[in-house]
Design a protein around this ligand. Structure first.
Ligand code: ACO
Length: 399
């Protein structure tokens, strides 16, 4: 019965915690992280087990509904999502309005935001059936929107989804297929993309998920909340890091700068120079997702013919950093996005699409967290306090 928040309000005390380093804003039963031990579990299942035995659709079900699906539940879930892949034709018109060189992330967030206008029959956050419908719609339509954002940037026609394919296959065909040519699915690519999506599927109260919750705490609908999460993910300190890593590797390659010298510039905190793909707010040992990606990166790149020189630079950077006191003392290790960009590139995705792929992966986590919040009797509108540092009262000058 002891309510700390009431005590704080009564005494006028406010905790000052920029970046929410130590503030838990919610309870949650979805994802467990132990940053010191490098443990990540979705609904109790270790990420290593899910990566080895599950698939992205099953993991999505697990995150959203709390348990692994039975075969019948899986089949129904799969069918429902396949049935909702089509986009309203007028929504497709949206893509024509953006400049050709638009980054696909804001195109994605705009189109997801627009779902609130096209699908007005599933906006009530407290109607269970409508929440289910929004869930299927988002899981089905977001990969399609993402592929259309890519097609738009390439100036290529947008294909209709083929619902004989599963979510990942459909997304690859919509991204790389052309109307005139049959598209041959590479099983290595399907499997690798599925794995990377699993690894990104949830990560408790990260910046974008907290954004989804904060927006949703005002009872904003699921489409509006997820659209806000996509914008949060766009930043280079969060989802944008995978694109930034590849830019960094390319710059090192193009300049011919020795890796050691680049690391020196990072350590000297030269303006704008960070070792992208390194460091994490929670993982202070290693990122278990990075370990899985690193293990598979070699295998996948060997099969797909990735850029060996960039992989070499990445590996040398890791080697130098992991033995350097600067990185050791600050507990900076590769995070999930240090190697993912190289794999996405080998699959044929342009760099601008990398963060979009992260968004597709994180979607079930955002949905699960939004739904958990809406059912939580403790939920209140999110409204942080501040410590005011501005001017004291001033007289308005008489003129
Ligand atoms: N390169 C060089 N130095 C770094 C790096 C890095 N990548 N990351 C942290 N540091 C240093 C900081 O400068 C700081 O040093 P100081 O103590 O001398 O001031 C110290 O390590 C602590 O770093 P903070 O920024 O305080 O750690 P925080 O938890 O706030 O930030 C973050 C975590 C944003 C991930 C940070 O490590 C970073 O910017 N990394 C690069 C971007 C990146 O890869 N982001 C992806 C995150 S994972 C994800 O979204 C999937």
């Amino acid at each position: 019965g002891f309510d700390v928040s009431k005590l704080l309000t009564a005494t006028g005390a406010v905790t000052y915690d920029p970046g929410f380093m130590n503030t838990a804003a919610t309870t949650s039963a979805i994802t467990y992280i132990d940053g010191d031990k490098g443990i990540l579990r979705y609904r109790g299942y270790p990420i290593e087990e899910l990566a080895a035995h599950s698939n992205f659709l099953e993991v999505s079900y697990l995150l959203i509904y709390g348990n692994l699906p039975t075969p019948a539940e899986y089949a129904t879930f799969d069918q429902r999502i396949r049935r909702h892949t089509l986009l309203h034709e007028d929504l497709k018109g949206f893509f024509g309005g953006f400049p050709r060189d638009a980054h696909p992330m804001p195109v994605l967030s705009s189109a997801v935001s627009a779902l609130s206008t096209f699908y007005q029959d599933s906006l009530d956050p407290f109607d269970d059936e409508q929440v289910e419908l929004s869930t299927y719609r988002l899981l089905a339509k977001m990969p399609v929107i993402a592929a259309y954002a890519l097609k738009k940037s390439l100036g290529q026609p947008m294909l209709y989804p083929d619902n004989s394919m599963n979510m990942v296959e459909n997304f690859l065909r919509l991204s790389f297929g052309l109307p005139a040519e049959p598209f041959h699915m590479d099983p290595t690519v399907v499997k690798a993309l599925d794995l990377l999506l699993i690894l990104h599927a949830d990560h408790e109260q990260n910046c974008s998920t907290s954004t989804v919750r904060l927006v949703g705490s005002s009872n904003a609908n699921m489409f509006a909340s997820v659209s806000a999460g996509i914008n949060a993910l766009f930043g280079p300190l969060h989802g944008g890091a995978n694109e930034a890593v590849l830019n960094m590797l390319r710059q090192i390659q193009a300049s011919g700068e020795p890796v050691e010298k680049f690391v020196e510039r990072v350590k000297n905190k030269e303006a704008g120079v960070k070792l992208m793909g390194f460091g994490h707010r929670v993982y202070k040992n290693y990122d278990p997702r990075a370990k899985i990606v690193k293990e598979t990166a070699h295998e996948i790149l060997a099969k797909l013919g990735g850029n060996d020189e960039l992989l070499d630079i990445a590996m040398r950077l890791e080697e130098v950093a992991l033995t350097d006191e600067y990185f050791i003392s600050r507990k900076l290790y590769p995070n999930v996005d240090f190697y993912t960009g190289l794999i996405y590139k080998a699959m044929g995705f342009p760099e601008k699409m990398f963060t979009v792929l992260f968004a597709i992966g994180r979607l079930p986590g955002w949905i699960a967290q939004w739904r958990e919040m809406m059912k939580d009797p403790q939920t209140k509108i999110g409204r942080p306090r501040q410590l005011y540092t501005g001017e004291a009262e001033r007289m308005y000058p008489s003129r």
